[in-house]
Design a protein around this ligand. Structure first.
Ligand code: ADP
Ligand code: MG
Length: 449
């Protein structure tokens, strides 16, 4: 008998039950617990997952088991499933309700996932974000045209470019937004020459209301493409259309680009994105782990943030790698696993070379409590607190294992250390004296790590 008319939550529950019998619990918790049933249409169970990475992972690793479980739950042999990334859920529903909605114009290659609202702001990028937002609000304003966002890899330039595109389209769905990489622009141009379709090329690009070009450094040395771009640029610029570009460096430092292009670029506004500082790295890790359905302890987040410093792509990579590794190796996500991933990502540089002893010394000099008391047995309140503080710092700065910390501090077991970390985390929020101590020690050590 088929079950298709039953509530989707109930059916998904049945499928999960079937999967429980086939899969280890870590796999269920990591990959299946975050799944939300969306609807069942024509024997197809639509399920929402937190990210594209999830989607691909589940399909390639558990696709067959999932199919079997779905067929079992629905009681239909031909039933299938489809995974949707959760951000797309709403759109999919809308499409289902109004199947004849016209698709977006083809030339808007804007990634729907890159939005202002999920671009985390900090002192490293707020100027760029504000400028991008202003441009999206009123494209073509002379003082922001062209806008150039420049900076190192993985710092959010492409994200901002797409966010502008999305915002413009949200405000005005008929606006002709053209977003391409400089490579795509070059390719389109070369193809148009080959196929005698320069008119089409010109039409596409010179009809843009907003032209967004990613990574213009790749125009370097391509004389003809630059020539073409120069004309496109002028035409758009003169008719007040907005141009936004990203680049890996400041316009005047772009070697291999014609001077007249560079001087055009300088007539607008150039804003940079900088590497994220510690606080921003923490914020990004919190956000990205939540997005991926990963629940990391705060000390683990801090540990990652302290070591993975270069850019946001690496931070995101760390989160994904943690998920992947736990699944590949059949392991719970614990601190050892996180340490391993961090070591992989920072390659030859070392995980903090500080020792537990260094931490205890520092805490001792700050609190005026003797080192031997800190690692001793006394339960006097200020001593116990200094001990907990030291344990907490070992964990969040160096990622020292619980058992090593426990061993060093008078042979305590790891539940004591967990308790210490939690307790300092909590107290810090209310107790400004303690918070200042933590911050001052972390700041001093940051020079060393
Ligand atoms: P770039 O183009 O500068 O090399 P990207 O825009 O491709 O960098 O960013 C790399 C990844 O990091 C993307 O997945 C992007 O969404 C993410 N990212 C970058 N900056 C931020 C930010 N401020 N907030 C949230 N995610 C970010
Ligand atoms: Mg980019």
């Amino acid at each position: 008998m088929d079950n298709i008319k039953k509530p989707k939550e109930l059916l998904w529950g049945l499928a999960l039950e079937a999967l429980t019998k086939k899969l280890p619990s870590h796999a269920l918790n990591t990959w299946f617990a975050p799944i939300v049933p969306v609807s069942i249409i024509d024997g197809r169970f639509l399920l929402s997952v937190p990210s594209q990475f999830f989607l691909e992972w589940i399909e390639s690793h558990y696709g067959e088991q999932l199919l079997v479980a779905i067929r079992f739950a629905l009681g239909v042999d031909q039933a299938t499933f489809q995974l949707l990334v959760s951000k797309e859920k709403k759109e999919i529903r809308e499409v289902q309700m109004a199947p004849r909605l016209s698709p977006l114009p083809k030339n808007t290659r804007v990634n729907k996932n890159y939005l202002f609202k999920n671009f985390i702001e900090g002192s490293n990028n707020e100027f760029a974000k504000n400028a991008a937002r202003a441009v999206a609000q009123s494209p073509g304003a002379p003082s922001f045209n062209p806008l150039i966002v420049y900076g190192g890899v993985g710092l959010g330039k492409t994200h901002l470019l797409h966010a502008i595109g999305n915002k413009v389209l949200e405000k005005n769905p008929n606006s002709n937004v053209v977003l391409v990489t400089s490579e795509q622009f070059t390719l389109d141009f070369v193809n148009s020459l080959r196929k005698n379709k320069t008119i089409e090329f010109t039409k596409t690009y010179r009809k843009a209301d907003v032209l967004l070009i990613d990574d213009i450094q790749f125009f370097k040395g391509k004389e003809q493409t630059q020539e073409q771009f120069f004309h496109t640029f002028n035409e758009l610029y003169q008719s007040g259309r907005q141009i936004v570009m990203t680049s890996d460096r400041f316009p005047s430092e772009m070697k291999g680009l014609q001077d007249r292009l560079i001087s055009r670029f300088q007539s607008g506004l150039s804003v940079d994105v900088q590497p994220p500082d510690f606080e921003i790295r923490v914020a990004i890790l919190l956000e990205k782990s939540e997005q991926n359905g990963l629940n990391l302890q705060y000390d683990a987040i801090q540990f990652i943030a302290r070591h993975v410093k270069n850019n946001i792509r690496d931070l995101e990579g760390a989160i994904i790698r943690i998920l992947a590794k736990s699944s590949l190796m059949n392991k719970e996500i614990d601190f050892d696993l996180i340490r391993g991933v961090v070591q992989e990502r920072i390659g030859n540089s070392h995980i903090s070379e500080l020792t537990i002893e260094d931490v205890v010394k520092k805490v001792s000099s700050l609190t005026q409590i003797k080192e031997k008391d800190i690692i001793g047995k006394s339960r006097k309140m200020e001593i116990a607190e200094a001990r907990q503080l030291s344990m907490y710092l070992c964990r969040s700065i160096m990622g020292t294992s619980l058992s090593n910390i426990g061993f060093y501090f008078g042979g305590r077991d790891h539940s004591t250390v967990i308790h210490a970390v939690k307790s300092i985390n909590k107290k810090q929020k209310k107790d400004s004296r303690l918070r200042n101590q933590v911050n001052s020690i972390k700041q001093e050590f940051e020079f060393l790590t």
